[in-house]
Design a protein around this ligand. Structure first.
Ligand code: G3P
Length: 214
């Protein structure tokens, strides 16, 4: 499973990239606003740090506007893909953008049927939101499993990005489901590294090493 970071924070991206495990980055308008930055400036900076796909989300609501905005965003860097919210207008826009070789990440996916339509329109990625489905008492994990199974039945090459990941168990759910990619917030990536028994083990080895020197 590829690992993307879900943030627009440059310092966090630099740090996680330095671990050598980062495959790409996703941003969205909320994450951009949180950093008080500008989308184009932000994704240009990210492209200098990370050698992998970077999602930049369009805010247009009609197909012609999405196409125009998508073309502009794609010009920023060859690794930029255009994130569009799932709707009829974005299906139309994806058809055009993908035919021009511009990768689209269809976001705000909450059902396998939405994902199937997005893949048919030519989306390179679909982003099922696990956490937000859990929030309303439905299983994000089941929805992800169904999406992966449906795609496998037909060898659909659209990559599935497990998104809206809120805790380390969501990462395990994404991996068991067979998601191609998990886009993970910074604090969860940090939590994934740690285990109290690992810390305890390191201390014990160091203590025993000190003893053996005496
Ligand atoms: O990138 C979109 C997605 O990951 C948002 O997550 O936690 O706001 O539902 P969340």
């Amino acid at each position: 499973m590829k690992i993307f970071i879900d943030t627009a924070n440059i310092k966090m991206i630099e740090e996680i990239n330095s671990w050598g495990i980062l495959d790409g980055v996703t941003t969205n308008p909320s994450l951009i606003a949180k950093e008080g930055t500008d989308l184009k400036k932000c994704v240009s900076q990210i492209a200098k740090i990370v050698d992998g796909p970077i999602s930049a989300e369009a805010i247009s609501l009609t197909a012609p506007e999405m196409i125009k905005e998508g073309r502009e965003l794609a010009k920023i860097h060859e690794n930029i893909n255009v994130k569009l919210p799932m709707c009829i207008e974005s299906l139309k826009a994806t058809k055009v953008l993908s035919s021009e070789g511009i990768d689209v990440n269809m976001t705000l996916i909450f059902s396998p049927q939405q994902a199937i339509l997005a893949s048919k329109s030519g989306a390179r990625y679909v982003s099922p939101f696990i956490g937000r489905l859990d929030d309303i008492g439905q299983s994000g994990s089941d929805m992800l499993i169904q999406t992966v199974m449906a795609f496998r039945n037909y060898d659909i090459d659209t990559e599935i990005i497990a998104a809206s990941i809120r805790h380390p168990m969501h990462v395990i759910e994404a991996a068991i489901a067979g998601a191609d990619i998990a886009t993970i917030p910074y604090d969860i990536l940090k939590k994934m590294v740690s285990h109290p028994k690992t810390d305890e083990g390191i201390q014990l080895f160091l203590k025993d090493h000190e003893k053996s020197k005496k």
